[in-house]
Design a binder for this molecule. Structure first.
Ligand code: NAD
Length: 483
């Protein structure tokens, strides 16, 4: 085949099986790629990403209805290129075998770990950052020496097409193949006998994917969703804090897995926060939801879902406040939802229970940090948690007594751009991690190797046993019963 872009047809499973065996055969034939070959693959990826910046940005904006080119460059292209550069600098070091400790009884043997590519890695991606969430896992898999089959989202079809076509120009289908299709193709894809499967998407589909992978005992990395809290410490509402929350909540109109989902705020700080949030939003988005830098909601289904969350909150007694300038409709824009504060939504309302994934920010007030810790711990472990405030007892207590994927202190979202930090959720927000050495290792097999020395204490641990055996056993267990 001359392309590596596959539009899965009626018999998608057979087509995908054929692709998988082609990649696996080619991987086995070629053997483990050395650091030079891996760096060359990363360089090819870097060059093709840069060459397609414009096409990509236009495709994303067309898929969303509108998204600022700046936002796509910053949130998709910059992070991808930085991640590739990080891998280019570190892959050789990551590949180095690790010397490991050998117990006295096995001296003079030597133990070490070699990180071997797993083989063929499957990558499934969502629509919200359709480019970076395919490219960074791909770069990680290539750095670890693998072949890759990618399944991007069907909800951003133009972007998926650009991804497939651009990769065709630098990789053969034995190296990297892109499979297009919706949930049925996703279901068949997740049932393939990959050597590793990295899935980014919703917790609901993540469960199905893990079930499907278990048929072949395929190891999975699950990058899922959930409700990430932002907490402002008492008395810490400031322009800097609020700017960070606006950035985290309204970038991509809130369609970000690690966006602050809801805000926990001290009850005395509510008024100050509302005033600052409003002025900060007006400054960032002077034309309200039709501002050039404000994204549309990706499709009618999500638009209706978000409207439903607001309506439900209103019915349940919450105060709904659209903030910033707000021309209500604009002929040149589709599916916009204004930045909105939702104050006093009951804990059991849909907006406080479901992942929001939009520009709506519920604000819940608290009286003490204990209440915050209990609130977070009573809910599924979040993908991210944000705290605003100086070092001190409250911050320490919150960090020590809650568990989340990653944490941002005095910022939102930026932990994902730290290439040397692992990125991943915990429990319902995910399993395993990528980025950093953790990403490289999740896509490598850590093969432990023990090399027996010429002379070895271990030789004394086999028959015929005798006095010297006693000596070795005693060196580990101490003096004991006489047999
Ligand atoms: P999704 O779970 O609906 O879809 C993700 C992928 O799974 C897509 O490629 C889709 O085609 C495929 N899919 C859909 N149904 C399937 C099925 N039944 N079986 C197998 N595959 C199927 O997620 P989405 O709506 O595209 O993305 C939004 C979700 O992803 C949110 O929950 C968000 O928090 C999460 N997310 C997580 C991260 C992260 O890094 N943790 C990043 C972005 C998004």
């Amino acid at each position: 085949m001359t392309t590596n872009l596959f539009q899965a047809g009626a018999d998608s499973t057979t087509e995908m099986l054929a692709l998988l065996s082609k990649q696996r055969e080619s991987f086995l034939r070629a053997g483990i790629p050395d650091a030079r070959a891996r760096r060359a693959a990363l360089q090819r990826l870097r060059a093709v990403v840069l060459a397609n910046r414009k096409a990509l940005s236009e495709a994303v904006s067309a898929d969303f209805g509108h998204r600022s080119h700046y936002e796509t460059e910053i949130m998709e292209v910059v992070v991808t290129v930085q991640a590739i550069d990080y891998l280019l600098s570190n892959t050789k070091r990551f590949m180095k075998p690790d010397r490991r400790h050998v117990a006295i009884s096995y001296k003079s043997g030597r133990a070490h770990v070699e990180y071997q590519p797993k083989g063929v890695v499957g990558i499934m991606a969502p629509w919200n950052y359709p480019f970076s969430l395919t490219m960074i896992p791909l770069a990680t898999a290539l750095a670890a020496g693998n072949r890759v089959m990618l399944k991007p989202s069907e909800l951003t079809p133009r972007t998926s097409e650009v991804i497939g076509e651009m990769l065709s120009t630098v990789f053969s289908s034995e190296e990297v193949a892109v499979v297009l299709g919706g949930p049925e193709v996703g279901a068949a894809f997740s049932g393939l006998a990959f050597d590793h499967l990295l899935f980014t998407g919703s917790t609901k589909v993540g469960r199905l994917v893990m079930k499907a992978a278990s048929d072949n005992l395929v190891p999975v990395t699950l990058e899922l969703g959930g409700k990430s809290p932002a907490i402002i410490g008492r008395g810490n509402v400031s322009p800097r804090t609020v700017k960070s929350i606006v950035f985290g909540k309204l970038s991509n109109a809130g369609q970000t897995c690690i966006a602050p989902d809801y805000l926990l705020l001290h009850k005395d700080d509510l008024q100050a926060f509302v005033a600052l949030y409003s002025s900060t939003v007006s400054h960032a988005y002077p034309d309200g939801p039709t501002s050039k830098d404000y994204s549309s909601i990706v499709n009618d289904g999500h638009y209706t879902r978000l409207r439903g969350l607001l309506e439900d909150a209103r019915k349940n007694g919450a105060q709904i406040m659209e903030v910033g300038q707000r021309p209500d409709t604009a002929a040149n824009r589709v599916r916009t939802i204004a930045p909105t504060l939702v104050i006093g939504a009951p804990d059991d309302s849909a907006i406080m229970e479901e992942e929001i994934f939009g520009p709506l920010l519920p604000v819940r007030t608290y009286s003490s940090i204990e209440e915050v810790i209990d609130f977070v711990n009573a809910r599924p472990r979040p993908l991210a948690l944000y705290y605003f405030g100086p070092e001190g007892e409250d911050r320490d207590a919150l960090l020590a007594r809650t568990t989340s994927g990653n944490v941002g202190i005095n910022n939102t979202l930026l932990h994902i751009a730290q290439d040397d930090l692992p990125f991943g959720g915990v429990g319902p927000s995910g399993m395993g991690a990528y980025h950093g050495v953790e990403g490289f290792r999740s896509m490598s097999h850590a093969k432990g190797i023990f090399v027996q020395g010429r002379w070895n204490f271990a030789n004394l641990l086999r028959a015929p046993f005798g006095k010297l055996t006693d000596l070795v056993v005693r060196s580990v267990l101490g003096r004991g019963p006489q047999f």
